[in-house]
Design a protein. Sequence first.
Length: 328
Amino acid sequence: MPRALITGVTGQDGLYLAELLLGKGYEVFGLVRGQNNPKRELVEQQVPGVQIVTGDLTDLSSLMRAMTTAAPDEVYNLGAISFVAYSWENARLTSEVTGLGVLNMLEATRLYSGDDLSRVRFYQASSSEMFGKVQQVPQSEATLLWPRSPYGVAKVYGHYMTINYRESYGMHASSGILFNHESPRRGPEFVTRKISRAVARISLGLQDSISLGNLDAKRDWGFAGDYVDAMWRMLQAPAGDDYVVATGETHSIREYLDIAFARVGIDDWSDLVVVDPRFFRPAEVDLLIGDATKARTELGWEPQVSFPELVTMMVDADLDEQRALAGR
């Protein structure tokens, strides 16, 4: 039975990945920060087969203990402070967790592996936010990185550190440059979930409007459940490498709003959405669209859920949740 350790197991990617690996017969360990972590119960409810180990990406000794306990064949480093807007408010903490945390996890893996540095396969969750001020459309593995947020800068550090460990030590270490991927499990602070939840509440008469930032920002949005399959495929490849994971389509916030409101029978949402300058980024990333040719040809990966299907899935899930909360 293969064994896997997932950091960031409480996030949407961690939950979907844990389900995928458990379904493939893995013994899965999830790293949770602190014994009283409020999200621990979420993991225990949604993926009860996961064995919880405690650790902190900023504390190498705790990661070494977690590695010894889990004895993994594969390590998936998904843990990060991942809300981009917050990274401007606390750039240092974002850098320590999202950037230096990768170094700590790589080092813990290297030290645990001993003389056979290729026996534990390592996945790093890189991000399309690394492209920032895009220098090429669409973006591929060879596109120059130009991050536009402290989060993006921290991800670039972790990305290059993963490459360095692969090249310096011969580790089977891969980075998945994942473009925006969403799901009903997405946190409500992220714009896609913020919209789907607000649309559900507006349709039920529980909320009057929603405040958003730049409605013309464009992203390459896919389904998180599809993207964790790409992560697993990377670690089954003969050698570590870097892969863009994306749909190859770009859509604006306005398009997301069109589909979301149409799902609840609202065609004109102009009076229900307030553009608030507070939600504009200090340095905007206007257009992200990925070229996943390499993942498609080398890993056999293809996205399965379309953009309209994704938006509909999220709105329907939030309708169910809000009805239950309102006792309807």
